[in-house]
Write a protein that binds this ligand. Sequence first.
Ligand SMILES: Cc1cc2nc3c(=O)[nH]c(=O)nc-3n(C[C@H](O)[C@H](O)[C@H](O)COP(=O)(O)OP(=O)(O)OC[C@H]3O[C@@H](n4cnc5c(N)ncnc54)[C@H](O)[C@@H]3O)c2cc1C
Length: 338
Amino acid sequence: MLQIQQNISLKPYNSFGIDVRASFFAEIYSEADLIELFHNEVVKSQKLLVIGGGSNVLFTKDYDGLVVKMSIQGIEAKTDGENVKVTAGAGVVWNDLVNYCVAHQFAGVENLSLIPGTVGASPIQNIGAYGVELKDVFESCTAFEIKTGQIKTFTYADCNFGYRESIFKAELKGQFIITSVTFALKTAGEVNTSYGAIETELQKRGILKPGIADVSAAVSHIRVSKLPDPSTIGNAGSFFKNPIIEKHEFANVVARHPDVVHYPTADDKIKLAAGWLIEQCGWKGKIAGNTGTWKNQALVLVNHGGATGTEVFNFSEQIIDSVKSTFGVTLEREVNIL
Ligand SMILES: Cc1cc2nc3c(=O)[nH]c(=O)nc-3n(C[C@H](O)[C@H](O)[C@H](O)COP(=O)(O)OP(=O)(O)OC[C@H]3O[C@@H](n4cnc5c(N)ncnc54)[C@H](O)[C@@H]3O)c2cc1C
């Protein structure tokens, strides 16, 4: 039965552990809950925020509106020879889905092991790690249209996926609530170990012919050694996106910084490593009041305890200014600022 709570703390619902309050809060376990919610006269007129695990948001103030936490469960697989379609509810914890696929030998999501958050949020910013992006395994998703109350299906072509981008962050921002996602995986797939760190980790383990579980274990190990665990130190993973710049802009950067870490992109641009840029400006492991950057990864901003969202945000402004004045490159935040 749908419950609408009032004036609740969002601290348990965001991985930064920022203590703000929401005027209204509802947890959704089914599409029927969504329909009921949007028939409720009190909440209908409220400003709306949808969350999954709250691992890609920074609250800078109380949320004066309705926060909807997606908790629709369920994982289903349909196999057809080498191909398998796996459908999961929006509220399924992302890593539970990965573990399910690894246990069933379904290949495709193992490089995305241990990314925090939920299945429903995975298409929003086209999550990615270790050489794989969500778009590589995305088949379709279903979503509740807030204006009409209808469930619509979005195919790969509908979603306009890009680097940490999708149509749900752009033209359709705030218009749909994803209720389930279907993934196109393989029952006998090749694993992707092209990412250097995975190869090194597998070699260290003496694994010459890695399977899905080996890749998942290697990725999980690398992540745990590099990233802070949000259950002990509040954070939202990479705070900034890796900047993608035009070749002529890159010429200016490399002229002044010949050692700049960079990668060519498929569309003839240059991707810079935001973590490297920030580190070069002296921010790695910096502590500023209750916030700072993580000691092993300058790209991750942390809450050392009791930080406010504004404190973290202002700290991120200083980093942006510093990278801009040193490299002439403008960092864009990956985390959603609220
Ligand atoms: C330690 C750490 C490591 C991380 N590593 C990575 C990484 O390697 N790669 C990566 O891509 N990300 C990474 N992240 C970021 C984060 O895990 C992902 O962005 C994840 O997809 C967020 O899921 P969530 O359920 O927590 O989304 P939330 O933070 O709750 O929401 C994120 C955005 O999606 C929207 N949203 C959420 N659910 C729905 C829904 N069902 N329908 C419509 N809109 C919705 C929200 O409104 C918000 O705008 C990391 C985060 C942490 C804390």
